[in-house]
Design a protein around this ligand. Structure first.
Ligand SMILES: Cc1cc2nc3c(=O)[nH]c(=O)nc-3n(C[C@H](O)[C@H](O)[C@H](O)COP(=O)(O)OP(=O)(O)OC[C@H]3O[C@@H](n4cnc5c(N)ncnc54)[C@H](O)[C@@H]3O)c2cc1C
Length: 459
């Protein structure tokens, strides 16, 4: 009887495992089965470009073209390989009985299971955030943001009121999106003859770091944002989101690098709006020069809110395997197997793997980590099939290459931070390398060139 090696998720980890296995397994006793609810593999690192690219006229054709810069048909990736692709949604997993339940196809049995179902947007329990914001998790979200921006500016072109585009969350995704939106707005301002000073990009971050970088990297991004004319709020806690405003404790970063509380600034101008009830309940306590004090809560208007503030493990995985103390991720051993179910391997955003380098913290939820784990899992599955002992996974240090608007990117490794166009091109080359790994040569080049053409339109 044929034994199934079932891979759940055709994301970075799942595709890597499936392709590596298909190169090495020639035994007809085993079938490689890949399952995903989408029939595309999404290249998330360029989603920020999809959200911010500019079009003279938004048409169905141009949106389809834009979508194709990040959405790769799974059938193209697995063409001519012994991989069975099932386009269906996983609704349940029964690890005790080695079964997966699919929405349309019903139950399938497995000998070995690889769980790589990724993550979903985490609204961090902020009241009204999900309802009132645009998320940035997949290509649909990114296209929605792109269209909404154009419509927003167009809608107000007669009255020319001040429009504030707020990005909540200053992680890598928030930073690259905010920076690139500046270019997009510059184009829209010409398209709709809108005054430059009336289109504002505002970034709100809860901590005192940007893109998860240390002091030097954060300083570099702050400086860049100030040059781009963006408004940056750090150490700012969003408490509640209403239809038109955000309630929180806002700390504004000024051009001279100093910070001040937004409430004070607004009050000086006689416009302060304090939300006393929320203040009493949530006021954020901060420490400055050795003194603790409570920041007052106030509200800030927005016209469009994009939430890039967090992701969490797929709820299905949380429910079936998730460990509460590991934020719902699957506890793995050194071979990337589930500690509780050795026939199950976990990869990418679903796996809790400790960073054995310096900190003992969890490895970050990144595509590059998912790929690295995918390769290690494929090797171990093959060793297991051949009755060999499994190899321990050796985590690698993630490389940080963050686009910071136009053809500029920041590269950070250990204590070193560099910026410049070279790093932007390096990042484009990383995309090309990935496309060449998974796609036929011609398709990969076409995809890359199409992306470069579209993405540089607003630089
Ligand atoms: C906007 C954005 C930008 C990013 N930029 C970068 C970057 O620049 N560099 C970097 O290293 N990382 C980046 N990341 C993180 C990176 O995308 C993830 O860490 C990576 O995709 C995780 O890989 P994965 O294989 O675990 O999951 P994914 O790649 O998310 O794949 C999960 C797959 O599971 C499928 N799936 C989910 N639920 C079901 C279900 N119930 N049934 C069937 N299929 C299902 C999904 O359709 C998806 O195809 C970014 C993420 C986002 C959102």
């Amino acid at each position: 009887m044929v034994k199934n090696i079932v891979i759940l998720g055709a994301g970075f980890a799942g595709i890597r495992v499936a392709r590596e296995l298909s190169k090495k397994i020639h035994d007809k006793q085993y079938a490689i089965v890949l399952v995903d609810k989408a029939d595309i593999h999404m290249y998330t690192p360029d989603l920020y470009e999809v959200a911010s690219s500019f079009h003279k006229r938004i048409t169905k054709t141009c949106l389809t073209r834009l979508r194709s810069t990040v959405a790769i048909p799974v059938r193209k990736i697995i063409a001519k390989r012994p991989i069975v692709f099932i386009h269906d949604e996983v609704v349940d997993i029964d690890p005790k009985n080695h079964q997966v339940k699919l929405k349309k196809e019903g139950k399938i049995n497995y000998e070995i299971l690889v769980v790589a179902l990724g993550s979903v947007t985490n609204y961090c329990g902020i009241q009204g955030m999900e309802k009132n914001s645009f998320s940035m998790k997949n290509v649909k979200d990114a296209l929605k943001i792109n269209c909404e921006l154009d419509q927003l500016v167009q809608k107000h072109q007669k009255e020319k009121k001040k429009l504030v585009i707020t990005i909540g969350g200053g992680g890598a995704c928030g930073v690259e999106t905010a920076a690139e939106l500046v270019g997009s707005l510059r184009k829209l301002e010409k398209k709709y003859n809108y005054p430059r000073e009336k289109l504002i990009i505002r970034l709100i971050e809860g901590s005192d770091v940007l893109a998860g970088l240390k002091e030097k990297g954060t300083r570099c991004i702050k400086k860049r944002f100030q040059n781009l004319g963006m408004e940056v709020f750090m150490n700012t806690k969003i408490l509640k989101v209403n239809k038109k405003n955000i309630v929180g404790t806002f700390v504004k970063l000024h051009c001279d690098g100093k910070m001040s509380h937004f409430f004070e600034m607004q009050n000086r101008a006689g416009k302060g709006v304090s939300d006393n009830n929320t203040s009493r309940r949530f006021g954020k306590t901060v420490r400055e020069k050795g003194h603790f004090f409570e920041l007052p809560v106030c509200s800030m208007n927005y016209d469009m809110l994009i939430w890039t503030g967090g992701v969490m493990v797929n709820p299905l995985i949380q429910k079936i395997f998730g460990e509460k103390n590991l934020k719902g991720a699957i506890q793995t051993n050194t071979f990337l197997q589930s500690v509780r179910f050795p026939s199950v391997f976990a990869a990418g955003d679903n796996a809790y793997v400790e960073n054995s380098f310096h900190t003992g913290n969890r490895l970050p939820m990144l595509a590059q980590i998912a790929l690295h784990e995918g390769t290690a899992i494929a090797k171990n599955i093959i060793r297991r099939i051949h009755g060999k002992s499994l190899l321990p996974y050796m985590p690698k240090e993630a490389i940080c290459l963050i686009p910071i608007g136009g053809k500029d990117a920041l590269f950070s490794f250990k204590k070193h931070v560099f910026t410049g166009a070279f790093f932007w091109w390096l990042r484009r080359l990383v995309s090309l390398k990935y496309y060449l790994e998974i796609l036929p040569l011609k398709y990969a080049f076409h995809m890359w060139v199409r992306g470069a053409e579209i993405f540089t339109e607003n630089d």
